[in-house]
Write a protein that binds this ligand. Sequence first.
Ligand code: FA5
Length: 347
Amino acid sequence: MNPKVKEALDKSLALIESSVDPNKTYLEIFGKGGIFTVLAGEIKNIEPQNRAAFGRDLNSAKSQIEQALHIKRSSLVVSRSSGFIDITAPGKKQKIGHLHLVSQAIEEIVGIFTKIGFSLQSYPEVDWDWYAFESLNMPKNHPARDDWETFFVKAPASSRYGNQVLTPHTSNGQVREMERVKTFTPRSPKGEVGPIRMLNIARCYRRQIDVSHTPMFHQFEGLYVDKNVSIPELKGTFDFFTTNFFGPKRVTRLRPHHFRFTEPSFEVDVTCGVCLGKGCRICKSGWLELGGAGMVHPNVLKAGGIDPQKYSGFAFGWGIERTIAMKTELPDIRLFYQNDLRFLEQF
Ligand code: FA5
């Protein structure tokens, strides 16, 4: 090796050996005015016939210096941490989160209903009064609208569809779904439509808050329209859902109720998971209310452009938070939205 290169190499290796800051040492060697940089600049003074050998020596020295710097850096990392690295120790696992329990329930509910032919549709969360109320057989100023304790949106009204609202229930999807299916069903000479098997899951909003009400909550709505749809099919659908979601020991019952958009209308109850229908401190009667249901009112079918003489259907709309609370025996659904990890991590 050229003696000048050898001298620069030895000096550099000595610097690295005593270095506590390899970055600074790197600059002392390879930076502007550094040992190696100055030496490399001398190549122009070497006789032409010796230049190639000088260049080779420079390259060899450079790679020895770089390797020494690399070893120094690694040794400093080790000695600065604990002085010892157990390379056989298992690595630290990253903490992985999981879906919120409402999202988990949505996945489960979709899985159950798709097994029996329902398909998931999605409709606006801010919708016109027409879809949320009027097309559902609730004329303007009808007192039944008060039950929905609606948030109205400050935005221009439509002369055709009225005001905009934060959807207070997923029933706004009913007439929208009839319109969608009518549009996509190829026109037959007899004007056949459907069948419609819609599952609509969405956020809903109402001016309510207590242990069983939150201002924002989720509903899942089913709509089935075809020829000769009957109440036993509605009951069979609820039993299928209940045994799949809550387990084989839980059963449902229908209680007469009133909704403007279904006739007849029902409240659907499921047996309490604690006493299985006997009656206990939690449920009192043995039953817990799941949500509303009924046979689609002829006026709603008409609003969706479907002939009620030819078609019938059933619809239901249940709250997801309350349904989960019934499965897990939660006393207060506001817990879902307090973002307390001690609660959320349990699911
Ligand atoms: C309705 O919203 C009807 N649209 C349901 C329906 C659909 C009936 C189709 C017939 C045919 P109701 O207001 O009862 O009905 O609400 C249904 C369910 O939503 C309730 O049983 C409850 O589970 C849930 N729910 C209602 N308000 C809240 C709230 N503020 N917080 C949490 N869950 C709620």
